[in-house]
Design a protein around this ligand. Structure first.
Ligand code: NAI
Length: 780
């Protein structure tokens, strides 16, 4: 097109970015790449091609990693780890800062290479992916600098295995590598097979920064290599990708002691109210679903429109869609680029063509004649249960339905197995901030969308995975408490014989929904004292009792809406009532466990109740200063229903150490009491009954942990499970939790000093809360 023609037609002229530097970079390496292990590139091995999806041209040949490569990478990372950690936060900060500077220095090369490899518009890689990746390294250079002062009790985890997807190749690398390195870990990272080139360029800047060898290792290859990284001798696995693979990784790492974070898929609602600035909301949708061709885990892919404005809004939206420019991603005035790979195009095409419901509008702009492209598409008039309303399409396809009331909007928004993000568009601040806390997700954007920053934790709940990336909370995933815990001792129940001291039958019941309940099984078991005397009988709970307890806990939802002040009052009251019966509990504990430690345990338990009463109105959220015209308010929300397998040692204190932080933060709990010493828990039921605890907030089951644990971890209406019971339960709990990808916290077979500082504190509060980041406009 000539300049004259551009002026005559007033269409966009071509504004191509040159690919020559990036292609020269590839050519200078012979177009073939090995792995980056122990600070150097290996000889290229058996390979696979990496193509430019916009043209189909082969860009480079990459090496399919082998078991030997993964082993070598993990060995190098292990060897480098202690030296890297000993460098100290300030020492590591220098390297992270150098990496940030080098990313900045080579930003154009990174942006062009990313666009060539992935197909995303250069405008996005240049203005979003690369700057956000730099920002992540700068931010975490600061976190390294502050670590010793601000996190004095935390240490590195060790070696981290990290597997990332193809939709934001460099940015996901930054999200994984920067916090890991900042906290003193070393990494083995596997980029996605479609998009490994910027990771290999990053390896080169690690060399330029003089990063000690082995601190960063990059192995390329497909999912099989990802599996090897997950299975390797690493201390932590961090994964971003599909929910299906995330679930497999949850199962594969169960019981291994590896910590795990999963950042998975989404089907995020985009809610437009009748009082929204509709033109802005249309523009927002361009960023929500056509950004990166909709291949975004937090894409606003499910449009919910207020009925009174639906026709008007859809009209505006269709008109805007028809103006989107689709084409060569290296053209700076392109809105929509290429889909990452023909395989992904097939997935999108298959999903959309199987749908017969609703009305489809396809953007009228012509598609390029070559390359992997899919047109921006809108499907309106769908039912909430339609496949396209439920399944992640991961393409430029927006699906929609309407709602009548704000309540209906919330119900539709939450009608998904995912819970990553949500967008609310309304000029009424009251309405927007009334809706935000009701949305089941980790991020809410008000009058904006797809905003991200290193200072604000990113991540979701439900089947969108667990853990946060960025912010202070993101660091938790890369640290552990300092110290070397001892192995957990196996505690056997006492044995004995003979008749009870008191001939009246005392079979302790379960506590479900505020009532004492007989077990469904009809079975009970004797509890013997240390001396061999029969102390009483305890009910053996089964799956049915657990189900009843979950129902009761779900029905007690109102607890999560109570104020911290009220919850504090109730926790103080429980403490006061326990204190009134302190001697009786101390005797009971001594009878069961032997010795004279009962009084100390009771005193500590009372103190712990007071501690969490104190915390109930003080574990505040934060306001993050993010570099946009706005702020991100990080709210601490209750997780929901938490199931806890309570410790076998410290039968009263252990139970209270699980219950108190959970209910203090607004959760409802199902507690499976100490298996060998259950009677302190059943005595405690009477304390609860006299302490104004609403029915269903605390439920107590007794019986065998191995009977309850798999059902607890597999139950779809339990949001998190803590397991402080015997070591083999860790495997059971983590494996079964894959059902709905609930959060788990297991002891990994390690002992905890329940009487000491490790028995309470911020780790418990963090496990009892979800952070929701609400981005709101603020200031100029
Ligand atoms: P994927 O989840 O299979 O791939 C992501 C990464 O995991 C890649 O590096 C891959 O090599 C690796 N991987 C695959 N199988 C593995 C295994 N068994 N163990 C360890 N690592 C493994 O994603 P895929 O197949 O490329 O895309 C399929 C769908 O996943 C998309 O249509 C989309 O719905 C979703 N997806 C979601 C992403 C997100 O950010 N939430 C990112 C990429 C895909």
């Amino acid at each position: 097109m000539t300049v004259k023609e551009v002026f005559e037609t007033m269409t966009y002229g071509p504004a191509p970015e040159s690919a020559s530097e990036a292609l020269a970079w590839i050519a200078a390496r012979g177009g073939v790449f090995g792995q980056f292990i122990d600070g150097r590139f290996t000889e290229p091995g058996q390979g696979f091609e990496s193509r430019n999806p916009a043209t189909g041209e082969v860009l480079a040949t990459l090496t399919q990693g082998s078991q030997t490569d993964v082993d070598a990478a993990v060995k190098a990372a292990r060897a480098a780890q202690s030296g890297w950690e000993r460098l100290g936060g300030a020492g590591r900060a220098r390297y992270l800062y150098a990496l940030a500077r080098l990313l900045q220095k080579h930003s154009r090369l990174f942006a062009v290479l990313e666009t060539l490899d992935n197909g995303k518009p250069i405008r996005e890689s240049r203005d979003i992916d690369v700057p956000l990746a730099q920002r992540h390294f700068y931010f975490h250079a600061g976190m390294a600098q502050l670590m010793e002062d601000e996190l004095p009790d935390r240490a590195a985890l060790g070696v981290c295995g990290q597997v990332i997807p193809w939709n934001f190749p460099l940015l996901m690398l930054a999200w994984k590598i920067a916090p890991a390195l900042a906290m003193g870990n070393t990494v083995v990272l596997k980029p996605a097979e479609y998009t490994s080139l910027t990771a290999l360029l990053f390896a080169e800047i690690c060399q330029q920064a003089g990063l000690p060898k082995g601190v960063v290792n990059i192995v390329t290859g497909d999912g099989a290599v990802g599996e090897m990284v997950v299975a390797a001798e690493v201390d932590k696995v961090a994964f971003t990708g599909s929910t299906a693979v995330g679930r497999r990784i949850r199962e594969a790492t169960a019981g291994s002691g590896k910590t795990l974070t999963l950042e998975l898929g989404g089907k995020s609602p985009y809610i437009v109210f009748d009082n929204a600035d509709l033109d802005s909301a249309v523009e927002g949708l361009v960023d929500a679903i056509w950004f990166n061709q909709g291949q975004v885990c937090c894409a606003g892919s499910r449009l919910l429109v207020h009925e009174p404005v639906a026709d008007l809004f859809y009209g505006k939206l269709r008109a805007r869609m028809d103006k989107l420019r689709i084409g060569d991603p290296l053209d700076k005035s392109i809105d929509v680029g290429a889909i990452v790979d023909p395989a992904q195009l097939r997935t999108i095409t298959d999903l959309v063509s199987a749908n017969t419901a609703g009305d489809k509008h396809v953007a009228s702009t012509a598609l390029p004649t070559q390359g992997v492209f899919y047109p921006p598409t809108l499907i309106t008039g769908l039912n909430p249960a339609d496949t396209l309303m439920q399944e992640e399409i991961f393409g430029p396809v927006l699906v929609s339905t309407t709602f009548r009331t704000p309540e209906e909007a919330v119900a539709l928004a939450n009608n998904t197995r995912y819970g990553l993000a949500a967008t609310v568009w309304s000029e009424n601040i009251n309405l927007a901030l009334d809706i935000a806390p009701k949305l089941a997700c980790g991020i809410v954007w008000v009058n904006g969308t797809n905003l991200m920053d290193a200072a604000a934790g990113f991540g979701g709940k439900r089947e969108s995975g667990f853990g946060r990336e960025g912010g202070w909370e993101g660091l938790a995933a890369y640290t552990r408490p300092k110290g070397t815990p001892k192995a957990l001792k196996d505690i056997k129940p006492n044995t004995g014989a003979g008749a009870p001291a008191d001939p009246i039958d005392r079979t302790a019941k379960l506590y479900i929904g505020g009532k004492q309940a007989r077990p469904d099984s009809g079975y009970s078991a004797p509890v013997w004292g240390k001396s061999g005397a029969l102390l009483g009988h305890v009910s053996l709970a089964n799956r049915k009792d657990l189900r009843n307890a979950v129902e009761a806990a779900q029905a007690a939802k109102a607890w999560s809406k109570t104020t911290g002040h009220l919850r504090a009052q109730i926790l103080y009251y429980i403490g006061e009532n326990l204190s009134a019966r302190a001697d009786e509990f101390a005797h009971r504990l001594n009878d069961m466990q032997g010795g004279e430690r009962g009084a100390k345990e009771v005193e500590t338990a009372i103190n712990r109740l007071f501690t969490y009463a104190a915390w109930a109105d003080k574990y505040d959220g934060q306001v993050h200063g993010v570099p946009i015209r706005g702020v991100a308010i990080a709210m601490k929300e209750p997780v929901g229903v938490i199931g806890a397998i309570c410790p076998n040692d410290a039968p009263l204190l252990g139970l209270i150490s699980c219950m108190a932080p959970a209910i203090s933060m607004g959760n409802r709990v199902i507690l499976n009491a100490s298996e060998p010493f259950p009677l302190a828990a059943t005595d405690f039921i009477q304390v609860l009954e006299t302490s104004d605890v609403p029915p269903g907030v605390v439920n107590i089951l007794t019986g065998t942990h191995s009977e309850i644990a798999p059902h607890m971890a597999g139950h779809m209406d339990i949001d998190a499970v803590w397991s402080f019971g015997a070591a083999p339960l860790c495997d059971v709990v983590e494996r079964a939790s894959a059902s709905n990808l609930k959060r788990t916290w297991v002891n990994n077979g390690l002992a905890r000093d329940w009487l000491g500082a490790a028995g309470q504190g911020r780790d418990f509060l963090a496990a009892a809360t979800e952070v929701k980041n609400i981005w709101i406009p603020y200031g100029e």
